[in-house]
Design a binder for this molecule. Structure first.
Ligand code: NAD
Length: 308
């Protein structure tokens, strides 16, 4: 399949590499010039399980992407999604399927501004990857993903996308309710990512604090109130228990969430406006109080002002 990866950072490189290894015709599209140059000159360097290799995969800046692919996989950070969609408009053909795998809320509406609804596919990925430097990524751990069509007539196309991804070892499953999974993952990010970032601690340390149980339930309750308006029912207690299971060091307890890595460790802006910030904004529009998400969003922005 002819596949363009739009946003070829850590995750885009992982997906692009695995799909390329399976024989798909992959193009990496990214706006970071040094990264694109390094990939074209030296190949994409993949560090995985203690080994390192350079893989030849073509990479271009968005303005230089000209061929219409069968599938575009969107993997920018949330803040870059709309700009990316604008700059690759010319390669989105009438039959090009677009799969959005970013974390966060509200992306379906953004993608639907640029892509016919029948070609929009949403997903949630549990794979991980890290960007070491230009043209260099590190792949760790195992993963899987869920994919679903937005238009009810496109189930077979979603299943075909799952097959292509699974053949490349990405373990894609057709989801009966991807919107629920997107909200549920946003609850994990909206508690662990933002709180560990503000408190400058890892997940296990956050879990050990006296107020944590109360705080995560307050945050998730506000998520669930907004989610209802999108037809999504989140069970607050079940969601909280799922998050509490992650405190265990055998899960991800020792890890610092990606928002901590972005803001505290690398002084980069975060995806907060698409997680707690989305709930805060939508709650205001709906006339619902969301004081926990309002405050967390303001504090993360304040921290960005201090560090970025
Ligand atoms: P990243 O910062 O490593 O990569 C994003 C890439 O997109 C960068 O190379 C950047 O140059 C490019 N980009 C961004 N905006 C652009 C634009 N407008 N035009 C051109 N290029 C643009 O990010 P990542 O870690 O790969 O994360 C991507 C998404 O996947 C995020 O939503 C993240 O939350 C989610 N995610 C990441 C992980 C992980 O382990 N890294 C795991 C699950 C989900």
């Amino acid at each position: 399949m002819k596949i363009a990866i739009a946003g070829a950072g850590a995750m885009g490189s992982r997906y692009g590499y695995m799909l390329h290894e399976k024989g798909n015709d992959v193009l990496l599209i990214d706006g970071w010039e040094d990264h694109v140059k390094a990939i074209n000159e030296n190949g994409l360097r993949i560090d995985e399980n203690g080994t390192s290799k350079n893989v030849k995969i073509p990479a271009v800046l968005p303005k230089d992407a000209t061929e219409v692919p069968d599938l575009v996989i969107l993997f920018t950070k949330s803040m870059g999604l709309e700009t990316m969609l604008t700059s690759i408009k010319n390669i989105l053909g009438p039959n090009t399927k677009v799969l959005c795998l970013l974390n966060g809320l509200g992306h379906e509406e953004t993608v639907a501004k640029y892509v016919d609804k029948k070609n929009v596919f949403m997903g949630v990925t549990l794979w991980t990857a890290g960007l070491v430097g230009p043209g260099h990524v590190t792949l760790t751990g195992d993963g899987s993903l869920e994919v679903q069509n937005i238009d009810s007539s496109m189930t077979d196309a979603a299943k075909e996308i799952c097959d292509v991804l699974s053949q490349a070892g990405l373990k894609a499953h057709y989801s009966e309710n991807v919107v629920f999974s997107i909200w549920r993952k946003a609850c994990v990010n909206g508690t662990l990512n933002s709180c560990c970032t503000l408190l400058d601690c890892n997940i296990k340390q956050f879990g050990s604090l006296g107020e944590t149980s109360n705080i995560i339930r307050k945050i998730i309750t506000e998520f669930s109130e907004v989610a209802k308006h999108y037809g999504v029912t989140l069970d607050v207690e079940e969601t909280a228990k799922g998050i509490e299971a992650i405190y265990d060091p055998s899960q991800a307890g020792e890890h610092y969430p990606s928002m901590h890595q972005d803001l505290i460790q690398h002084h980069r802006r975060t995806e907060i406006d698409y997680i707690n910030g989305y709930v805060s904004r939508k709650a205001k529009e709906l006339g619902i109080a969301a004081p926990y998400n309002d405050l967390i969003t303001s504090f993360i922005h304040a921290k960005e002002d201090l560090l970025v």
